[in-house]
Ligand binder design. Structure first.
Ligand SMILES: O=C(O)CCC(=O)C(=O)O
Length: 215
């Protein structure tokens, strides 16, 4: 009995070591920042309540209905006309969340020109893409479920298996993509295990800082 117990203890220690090894986040590209526990549980509930007050509609992307629902505010990019359009103003109720994200990221809240609310049904993916060209920095807040976030170089010749970064983005976390992570890398989300919501905040490139929200 004793050796078996010792063996099973060893196995557990070994497993823990392996888990630790796999939970070490991969080295992320320059410009990707991650803030776990950005929201408390109570704040997450409050943001969910605000999202549920909005009417999210199935997203149409290049003529097809995607399996996610969205509601966008502020500036939006239309892929057909390849132009930015000014939509409904960002609801005041989201200002405290935007201010908190801005404070954490060192971005003045007025620089955020778009607020995008997204609901992902279980099983939904986001395919490989870079965000639309007029947008600058991209911040994402995750709610309800974790997701498997992936990054790969945009340059096809560098899209090797070993260049792929795959890591968990937890519920209640905040991430930022700027610089190389925004420009030289693409991102995607693996099929979601559960319902997930995200709040995406985008700045615009090269415009004065008076186009965004007014605190
Ligand atoms: O939900 C997210 O965190 C990512 C959203 C995204 O990549 C997008 O809307 O382009």
């Amino acid at each position: 009995m004793l050796p078996a117990i010792a063996e099973s203890r060893d196995a557990t220690a070994e497993q823990r070591k392996m888990q630790d090894l796999f939970s070490i986040p991969p080295e992320l590209p320059d410009g990707f920042s991650y803030f776990p526990d950005f929201l408390s549980e109570a704040e997450e509930e409050e943001v969910l309540r605000l999202i549920r007050e909005q009417s999210l509609r199935p997203m149409i992307f290049q003529g097809f209905e995607a399996r996610r629902k969205t509601a966008g505010f502020g500036y939006d990019y239309h892929f057909d006309s390849r132009r930015l359009h000014k939509g409904k103003p960002i609801p005041q109720a989201f200002l405290p969340l935007i201010a908190k994200a801005g404070k954490t990221l060192g971005i003045p809240p007025s620089h955020f020109a778009q607020l995008l609310l997204t609901e992902y049904a279980p099983g939904t993916v986001i395919n490989w893409h870079r965000d639309a060209p007029p947008f600058g920095q991209i911040a994402g807040i995750s709610l309800v479920s974790d997701c498997r976030f992936r990054l790969r170089p945009h340059d096809k010749s560098r899209q090797t298996r070993s260049a792929l970064k795959s890591f968990t983005v937890e519920r209640r976390s905040l991430y930022l993509m700027t610089g190389a992570a925004r420009q030289d890398w693409e991102h995607s989300i693996a099929p979601l295990k559960g319902l997930r919501y995200s709040v995406t905040l985008r700045t615009l490139r090269g415009l004065p800082a008076d186009y965004g929200i007014k605190p």
